[in-house]
Ligand binder design. Sequence first.
Ligand code: GLY
Length: 391
Amino acid sequence: MQTKEHLQTYDRISREQVAEAKDLAVSLVRENLKTFTEYFPDSNSRDQFYPQSENVEWTTGFWTGEIWLAYEETGDEVLKKAGEIQVESFLDRIQRRVDVDHHDMGFLYSPSCVAAYQLTGNETAKKAALLAADNLMGRFHEKGQFFQAWGELGAKDNYRLIIDCLLNMPLLFWASEVTGDEKYRQKALAHITTAMGCIIRPDCSTYHTYFFDPETGAPVRGVTHQGNRDGSAWARGQAWGIYGSAMAYRYLKNPEYIEIFEKVTGYFLTHLPSDLIPYWDFDFDDGSDEPRDSSSAAIAACGMLEMAKYLPEEQAEYYRAMAERLMLALWQRCAVKSPEESNGLLLHGTYARDSVNNPCTNRGVDECNTWGDYYYLEGLVRLSREWRTYW
Ligand code: GLY
């Protein structure tokens, strides 16, 4: 646990450290192109090294996003070419409907294809991202007003949203912008309104998932999937809440989302252990043997840097400073420092941790994961200059 006052005593990452960390991360991305241009890294490393994967799961877009971030930093045509090869794979994936019967179209297509279209005007990327947005639209339930995360559409045991989905909504706002069709934006607004109405608990922690009644659409109950227990705060879920509320404000400018952002961020920060690297669930604190989830600190830092753009200076400075403290902790304790150590960027993540109260088996425990790598690099880029978001 932390107090707000004690958090202010931590050092912030310096401009020189940001430059050093970013240059190193970009050089590691270039190194990893050898293995991951025609293929993708799997969701998480094994003994710190990612095996090759086809374009499956919800996680491949993060690697392509790293390529685009590195391309932005260097202007290197080799990176651009690799990004373009991956964009073709994303078009193929959505056209052939390979592992796309779920809601994670934003995680997949924003950092890969929206990024490519923004940076290079790539029409294949635009087409792929719009198909992905249309696919996501098919998961909206009028009864309950939300996008169903996983599983058979409409099935009672899957009639739920999850907090992570807030990061899938920017794809829909983008789709409305480029097509001029408001339908995407309207459904995103409806989902965000529903999610914000049920996933924040009175103590400002968050539910990972929330069930609805398929007959009436009424909210039923909050349940965890990847957290330690239904009533605990899964660290990454809380971080998705931080970045998700910042994104909701970016697109909708509803002041309620600033309040929600402040609440969920306050909970996250005051529940950090003394080295600022979150345990995988906030049930655990200093002295626990449970693993960390470094990716949640990277996501939270990016969310704070995004929200700082819209806040009055004093508040903005508070969140920028906190993001800089988290990024320093990640640089000092979790960053990969050489290609011999790992083919990822950020050590000490946890994809899923088994608990008696959740259905998960251990996966990617104390390993790199692609989203941790991506958000770590996004955070460094955000700290080094004004950055046009892919989200
Ligand atoms: N969105 C899935 C996860 O954060 O593990």
